[in-house]
Design a protein around this ligand. Structure first.
Ligand code: UDX
Length: 485
């Protein structure tokens, strides 16, 4: 199927490359010409395991192309994904300027050769499906000035008699991919959600996602930890049956599913973090508590790891956007307000522990193990490391940092942040009064603690993710503090 994906960010690039891998002809469009030129040379603009290989193999087989010209890509395609950014504005509401521009451009590019499905993949506020449809219609009318708005408003999907206006349908298809495992999340999703009431659009989306729904594709060889055989080969099941839930719902519910999923996950983590504080006071261990509650199937074990709080491009943005949407209906959401408040408090927990151990932070040298908001990504958006670093610097500490992939990204994106970047863990530990584990990279879990203890000024490690072995650290003579135990 001919597919166009507008936006070469995380979501757009991963979606485009995966759909190309599944046998479609995909054109990824972006206004950023420099980014498109780099992609044409095989350079991926961010760190995502497996993506470079996937892009290389699909461009070599001519299934994936890149362009800055939206109109020809839209004209050629049956399905058009909008996957542009919707960052938060200062007030918490999403900035929809990129979606607005793209929807109007789609409108002026559409022609009457065939019906198209426009897919909202960007996380947009409730009601945006209808709004995108309006923008596309306006884009069409601004091109065909002789058409009155009344004509546009009255046009009904396919039932145009003697009408020359293009036919399209807007559907919502939220993404649930996590950075660091975005390809696996796209190819092996827990569910695919489609918000639409148009049978044509629903069946086209089902056709597009068929290999994923049936799990009938060959797993990419480079995707670590994923099966190399098809689902049917492994399970002896017929390739005909659907293996992945295909949720068909109305537009608004689909839009809300995306927000509600992220808000619930953030809420779960904030719950674990709030409980962690009580565990410390009462002498319990949060790791035991979440194990005990997570075994209850109704609760589940995932996203209950206490630490320095959640970050990244989605959770904070989506929880705030949900609260803002609810305000339009004069509906307070105290649970979500608290989810944010608990997270903000949690980011400062490491500072309190440092003060307990070192008393005075002025003039101390503190090393940050990790900068990205989580492992296997170089993304620093809303990263707890930045809050912690800023706080320590403000308190008069000298702050060093080492991240296996995002030292350079941080130096470039945060030129004002007075951090000293180190090339490895030993250089980081040298003369430190304390190390703070901020991002749980595998490299940190396997560190040589004896060597690290030798070079530190005072051997103290505060584990902000509860991933280090307290026993190993104590054996090396390092004082260990975790979260919630
Ligand atoms: C998230 C959603 O998971 C994904 O479905 C959505 O579409 C995009 O947003 P992502 O932001 O890539 O994905 O990261 P995720 O793995 O969900 O982690 C978010 C944050 O929560 C990270 O800062 C992580 O360190 C933190 N976290 C996660 C915890 O603190 N504890 C946990 O138990 C799990």
């Amino acid at each position: 199927m001919d597919v166009c994906v507008i936006g070469a960010g995380y979501v757009g690039l991963v979606t485009g490359a995966c759909l190309a891998y599944l046998g479609n002809k995909v054109i990824v469009v972006d206004v950023n010409v420099a980014r498109i030129n780099e992609l044409k040379q095989g350079k991926i603009p961010f760190f995502e395991p497996g993506l470079a290989q996937l892009v290389e193999s699909t461009t070599n087989s001519h299934s994936l192309e890149f362009t800055e010209n939206l109109a020809p890509a839209v004209k050629k395609s049956k399905v058009i994904f909008i996957a542009v950014g919707t960052p938060s504005l200062a007030g918490g509401e999403p900035d929809l300027s990129q979606v607005t521009a793209v929807a109007s451009e789609i409108g002026s590019a559409l022609d009457t050769t065939h019906k198209r499905v426009v897919v909202n993949k960007s996380t947009v506020p409730v009601g945006s499906g209808n709004w995108v449809e309006m923008l596309i219609n306006q884009g069409m009318t601004s091109k065909k000035e002789h058409k009155s708005l009344a004509v546009v408003a009255s046009r009904m999907s396919e039932k145009l008699e003697g009408e020359e206006l293009p036919i399209f349908s807007v559907v919502s298809n939220p993404e649930f991919l996590r950075e660091g495992s975005a390809i696996a999340d796209s190819l092996y999703p827990d569910r695919i959600v489609i918000g639409s009431s148009d049978d044509f659009a629903i069946s086209l989306m089902k056709e597009l996602y068929q290999p994923i729904l049936k799990q009938s594709f060959k797993a990419p060889s480079f995707l670590q930890g994923q099966p190399e055989t098809t689902y049917s080969e492994r399970n002896g099941n017929s390739a005909e049956s659907i293996k992945i839930p295909f949720v068909i719902t109305d537009l608004t519910s689909a839009e809300l599913i995306k927000y509600a999923a992220n808000a619930f996950l953030a809420l779960k983590i904030s719950f674990a973090n709030e409980m962690a504080g009580l565990c410390e006071k009462a002498g319990a261990d949060i790791r035991e508590v979440v194990k005990g509650i997570g075994l209850d199937k109704r609760i589940g074990q995932y996203f209950l790891n206490a630490g320095i709080g959640w970050g990244g491009s989605c959770f904070g943005k989506d929880v705030r956007a949900l609260i803002e949407s609810a305000k339009e209906y004069n509906y307070p959401m105290p649970l979500l307000e608290s989810t944010i408040a608990v997270n903000e408090r949690q980011r400062k927990v490491l500072i309190g522990k440092l003060q307990e151990e070192l008393k005075i932070l002025k003039g101390r040298t503190i090393g940050l193990m990790g900068l990205s908001f989580k492992p296997n990504t170089d993304d620093l958006r809303d990263a707890p490391s930045l809050t912690i670093a800023n706080h320590l610097i403000k308190m008069g500490a000298f702050v060093k940092a080492y991240d296996p992939v995002s030292n350079g990204v941080c130096a470039e994106q945060q030129p004002e942040l007075n951090l000293t970047y180190c090339k490895d863990l030993i250089e980081l530990a040298k003369n430190c009064d304390a190390l703070l584990l901020v991002t749980e990279w595998d490299e940190f879990k396997q560190a040589n603690w004896q060597e690290i203890a030798k070079v530190m000024r005072s051997p103290l490690i505060i584990d902000g993710r509860n991933v280090l072995s307290e026993k190993d650290l104590l054996l090396a003579g390092i004082t260990y503090r975790g979260i919630g135990h």
